[in-house]
Design a protein around this ligand. Sequence first.
Ligand code: PEP
Length: 254
Amino acid sequence: MARKMLIAGNWKMNCLTADGTTLAKEIARQVKENKFDCEFLVCPPFTLLAMVKKCLRGAKVALGAQDVHFADKGAHTGDISPYMLADLGCKYVIIGHSERRTDHGESNELIEKKVVAAHNVGLTTVICIGETLEERENGRTIQVCQNEIFGSVPEDATAKNTVIAYEPIWAIGTGKTPTAADVEEVHAAVRKALAKKLGRSTAEKIRILYGGSVKPSNAKEFLALPDVDGALIGGASLKADDFIEIAKNAPKLK
Ligand code: PEP
């Protein structure tokens, strides 16, 4: 099976009703008006999921959330369950973003629990991994990323329910990026770890996105790499023109 590219926007804790509506409608308009070879995903904050879903009507753009609790329901004040996301029309959920690993102390074990719970209701998970600057400088990038794969990707992962996003933490929102060769090296190593965990055939089909300061000017170089199957985009996904321009650089299949 060939891998279709996924261009995903992580809006993080940005946008209120007015600017979120404008952004979602503009993305929907441009996706409808152009012909793309890739798939699209937008992940607004919880507060905008229902509204963004309405704005995306008729456009081939999937809706995703940025986090989820592992429990179906119950006494978890402030949390959102996988059932609630599915009920809202979400198809995807980002899990284990470095900002959650850091801000909320999320461990690989917790992330794996969330991933399994999301899969159980039919959501596709975007599991984030990536090294700190210190880890990179100490030559530990591959080891850290492979450990995160072994620790946070469950046995039930398939190409249908799982996407991996490699996001070097030092490249997120900083304008700095690894070289294309560095990105390919990590993606190939991540695929190797997936093969060890899930078998070669599944690993060959799972999409591995690159994330970290992706913008229109560098998208082509990253998206052309053999083991890069799309992008997870933060800052540039808040501008419809940039988000769409990045997608225009996506090759048809890998
Ligand atoms: C992200 O947070 O997932 C991300 C990649 O952000 P940015 O594109 O702004 O670096």
